[in-house]
Write a protein that binds this ligand. Structure first.
Ligand SMILES: O=C(O)CCC(=O)C(=O)O
Length: 327
């Protein structure tokens, strides 16, 4: 395997296999099954993404996280912060409420891509994650999405930078083939639901330099991490999950993005009805045991957890109500 570069963390990086979204059926699917991750060039239209990016950059300039004028991505290190610090979350709640971000997973190109990798009826998880990564902050540690997301092992994560992202800006990196050996042992750690996959110092991580519109897509069991952001700029990216409607989904995947109490909170300033609550009438089989949720809510002494449990119950009730209206 050809090694492209290393960085100061001593992480050797090789190239991920690269496809264009207008690629040949079968090719991408086979590569995804074999390697657990691929790069898809121009998955989402650049013009749509640049509009979203420009709006986001304006917001970031307004809150002071960016220095200088339009077009400049240089981070204001005086305000450096990282999730889950309260000051990160405060700004995050405003940024993630932008309806344009939530429209990206609904781009028609995703249907085309899903067909190419063998998903017949596509379901988009509504829990979109925006990441704003300051330089000199710890990169996302190794993990498997399956450990926290559950639901279907066939679910696919789409990781999409919202700026051109060279290797030194810290894109996502994966251990190719790691999805083939099931769930790996993990230890408690910060970020990623507190579960950090144990990896070896000699592991070779695969990644790629990405242009706006390119994505890294990977399977739920694929071990992945972020490379360190060694530039002086903010790294901006979006990740969301897609899957077949025929596969199960854990109901926690239908909760609002982190840091928000309810979907109503997220939608409070939306002027559009588009993309709201679409999963309440059309969703995969719900993979969650209500008794367990109730028991957890009754027993837990952890406030955060009990909030999540109540939100789950509320979402389940809302799904039932929406379905009753339909029938
Ligand atoms: O963007 C990052 O830093 C991590 C992304 C990630 O872990 C994911 O998309 O599952």
């Amino acid at each position: 395997m050809e090694i492209e570069s290393t960085n100061d963390l001593g992480i050797p990086v090789s190239s991920l296999r690269d496809y264009h979204v207008n690629g040949v059926r079968g090719d991408m699917r086979a590569a995804l099954e074999r390697d657990g991750a691929i790069v898809v060039r121009q998955l989402v239209g650049e013009s749509k993404l640049s509009r979203v990016r420009d709006g986001l950059l304006d917001d970031l300039r307004r809150v002071g996280w960016l220095r200088g004028n339009a077009g400049n991505l240089q981070a204001n290190m005086l305000l450096k912060c990282v999730d889950p610090e309260p000051r990160y979350r405060r700004t995050y709640r405003r940024l993630i409420a932008n309806p344009d971000l939530h429209d990206i997973p609904h781009d028609r190109s995703l249907d085309k891509f899903a067909a190419l990798i063998g998903i017949e009826e596509l379901f988009r998880h509504p829990r979109v994650v925006l990441r704003v990564v300051f330089p000199e902050t710890p990169p996302t540690p190794p993990h498997q999405d399956w450990t926290t997301v559950q639901g279907s092992q066939e679910a696919i994560t789409v990781w999409l930078p919202l700026v051109n992202c060279e290797l030194d800006m810290g894109p996502l990196a994966v251990l190719t083939g790691s999805h083939l050996n099931g769930e790996r042992p993990f230890i408690k750690g910060s970020g990623v639901g507190g579960k950090v996959t144990i990896t070896n110092a000699t592991d070779i991580w695969s990644s790629a330099s990405l242009k706006l519109g390119d994505a890294i897509v990977f399977k739920s069991l694929t071990v992945h991490r972020a490379l360190p952001n060694r530039t002086d700029s903010l790294r901006l990216s979006l990740d969301f999950r897609i899957q077949s409607l025929a596969e199960p989904i854990h109901c926690a995947s239908l909760l609002p993005p982190m840091g928000l109490k309810s979907w109503e909170d997220l939608y409070a300033n939306w002027t559009t009805q588009t993309n709201r609550y679409y999963w309440r009438v059309r969703h995969p089989i719900l993979d969650c045991n209500e008794d367990e949720i109730k028991l957890g809510a009754a027993q837990t002494i952890d406030l955060q957890k009990s909030r999540v449990y109540s939100a789950l119950l509320a979402e389940l009730a809302a799904i039932r109500a929406a379905q009753a209206l339909q029938n």
